[in-house]
Write a protein that binds this ligand. Structure first.
Ligand SMILES: Cc1ncc(COP(=O)(O)O)c(C=O)c1O
Length: 370
């Protein structure tokens, strides 16, 4: 049978297979800085909780268990000094699925609107979620310092918008946005704002900042334990904010079986209650960012800037694919061409510092800048 409809595009990172082969041929193999996948261990108590809660037998609550929601509320209060009720927070199976499915739930609820606004240079799933829902993905221009250029949004796009995504600190740029201004824009235009804050524990030049600090009305913050607690494999995220929006989303998501496994929920409670491991992880990433920037700066003869947040180096190289190929061949390092994050950033590359120090030093040796 032939199908005439949607053909899924190639998954971005699978386009790097050729580079992995080139880099893999070097003694010591490829050093993969492409996907932002954590490699460091979660705390032992978190791993132990995965096997001791007894929650694997029955179906877990889609919205999140009472202890998990209490731990989320407590973390939000500790981190952001914001008080939120447990029924204004809900669990998701990692945040990628939340980002990728949100537009269809919003469209069902407000069928007269059809547009999803998201940053021009961004995590690709904001656009893909809109496409999967049959919505219009409309990228929002960014200021030179990596913030949403809210004034550039046309009145027509604002009228038709089901949601505006903001991501702070942002992937790939690491820039931090003015979340108060974004919340205010959303309220003024009647557009719900979804603030992806999965890198919030990794802000390098200021305190953790959430859109929730600017009032709950019309905003939802989206968080993940993947990066904070190195739990990407266990799959746990949550969303919190406007009680009415959170309630609608948790109700609709329940019908499609969006359930975080019970053992993961139990582990999430232990992880959220502990901040010590987050401090340790911050030190690891900061060190790797500094050292990798030094190595690549020495190799290219340019200054590789450090980000304001998150754990990516993002810098201009001329042609992102050509740079990635050269680095794979000479250094055995795999980085992501900027094109993965939007057509306007083809001359950038993104380097995720998710490799241990000895592998980073191997790159320095291969490039002759140790
Ligand atoms: C900006 C952003 N949002 C969401 C995610 C999804 O993370 P997870 O599904 O592991 O929560 C990622 C992962 O890299 C990301 O970079």
């Amino acid at each position: 049978m032939t199908a005439a409809g949607f053909v899924p595009p190639p998954y971005p990172y699978e386009r790097l297979d050729g580079l992995l082969t080139i880099a893999g041929a070097l003694p010591g193999g490829a050093v993969d800085f492409s996907i932002g996948t954590p490699i460091d261990p979660p705390p032992a108590a978190v791993v132990a909780a995965l096997s001791s809660s007894g929650s694997e037998r029955g179906y877990p609550p889609s919205v999140g268990s009472a202890p998990l929601r209490a731990a989320i509320v407590d973390w939000i209060s500790r981190r952001f000094e914001v008080t939120i009720q447990p029924d204004a927070v809900a669990a998701c199976v990692g945040t990628k699925e939340f980002v990728g499915t949100l537009p269809q739930w919003l469209k069902l609820r407000t069928p007269e609107k059809d547009t999803i606004l998201y940053p021009t240079v961004a995590y690709p799933t904001y656009e893909m979620g809109a496409i999967l829902a049959g919505c219009q993905p409309v990228p929002v221009a960014m200021t030179p310092d990596g913030r949403l250029d809210l004034d550039s949004i046309s009145p027509n796009d604002a009228d038709r918008a089901l949601a505006l995504w903001v991501n702070s600190p942002g992937n790939p740029t690491g820039a931090c946005d003015d979340l108060g201004a974004v919340a205010e824009w959303g309220r003024r235009h009647g557009v719900p704002v979804f603030s992806d804050e999965c890198y919030v524990e990794f802000i390098w030049d200021g305190p953790p900042a959430s859109i929730l600090q600017h009032g709950l009305d019309g905003v939802v913050a989206v968080h993940s334990l993947s990066k904070r607690s190195n739990l990407a494999g266990a799959r746990l995220g949550f969303y919190a904010g406007d009680p009415e929006l959170v309630d609608y989303l948790q109700q609709v998501r329940k019908h499609v079986g969006m359930m975080v496994p019970g053992p993961t929920q139990a582990a999430g409670v232990v992880a959220l209650e502990d901040d010590v491991h987050v401090g340790e992880q911050r030190e690891r990433y900061l060190h790797r960012l500094q050292r990798t920037a030094e190595i690549l700066g020495a190799w290219t003869g340019t200054r590789v800037p450090l980000p304001a947040g998150a754990f990516y180096l993002w810098f201009e190289v001329g042609d992102g694919w050509a740079f990635a190929e050269k680095l794979a061949a000479e250094g055995g390092a795999i980085v992501s061409p900027g094109e993965f994050y939007g057509s306007q950033s083809a001359n950038f590359v993104r380097v995720a510092v998710v490799q241990p120090d000895d592998r980073i030093e191997l790159i320095a040796q291969r490039l002759g800048v140790a």
